[in-house]
Design a protein around this ligand. Structure first.
Ligand code: 2AM
Length: 171
């Protein structure tokens, strides 16, 4: 059976708390993403079969995770996706390279092919139809030291994510 997979950076509990404050500040823009679902997507893979998944994990067995900080400092509204997120406008080169490698590998192996450039963000709301004006946010700095291969499931209308594999930075 195929599973919907993606590579992501998890958000620590203290940073989840900081992001909840942003939701409280912005109010009722759309469906509020629950804190336990916060993540920063590096590469969305789409539906992946068991054998594709095994091959993928084998290819990325030695994935090196950079150890760095990323400051999220802008609210963005992606109208097509209907999401509002907290994003970064300065992407560390090591993070950009990692996202690009994962995305290139996915496309090369018949998985999802990203059309837009990597723009690191954490989604705060889904189902946002129209946004008038978003204020300047209080920045949130994430510690990046772990990458997860995540499976996304929808059960009784509820979206849940479960990590299948975790890679941690060495330092
Ligand atoms: P988002 O962070 O912008 O919401 C799991 O579904 C993750 O993969 C989500 O975080 C989502 O990005 C991203 N994702 C889902 N469908 C996608 C698509 N068609 N293209 C790019 N990213 C997608």
């Amino acid at each position: 059976m195929a599973q919907r997979l993606f590579f992501a950076i998890p958000v620590s509990v203290p940073k989840q708390m900081a992001l909840i404050k942003h939701q409280a500040h912005l109010g009722n823009l759309g469906h509020v993403v629950p804190a336990t679902n916060f993540h920063l997507t590096l590469a969305f893979l789409g539906n992946v079969t068991q054998s594709q998944q095994q091959a993928l994990i084998e290819r990325w067995r030695d994935l090196t995770v950079p150890n760095l900080h990323l400051t999220l400092n802008r609210y963005l509204h992606f109208p097509k996706a209907g999401v509002v997120c907290l994003a970064s406008d300065q992407v560390p080169i090591a993070l950009m390279r990692l996202a690009q490698s994962l995305r290139r590998d996915a496309a090369r192996h018949g998985l999802h092919s990203h059309k837009a450039a990597f723009r690191p963000h954490v989604t705060l709301y889904r189902g946002v139809d129209s946004v008038v004006e978003l204020p300047q946010p209080e920045p949130v700095t994430l510690e990046i030291n772990e990458v997860q291969l995540m499976a996304s499931q929808r059960e009784m209308g509820k979206l849940t994510y479960s990590p299948l594999v975790r890679w941690r930075s060495e330092t």
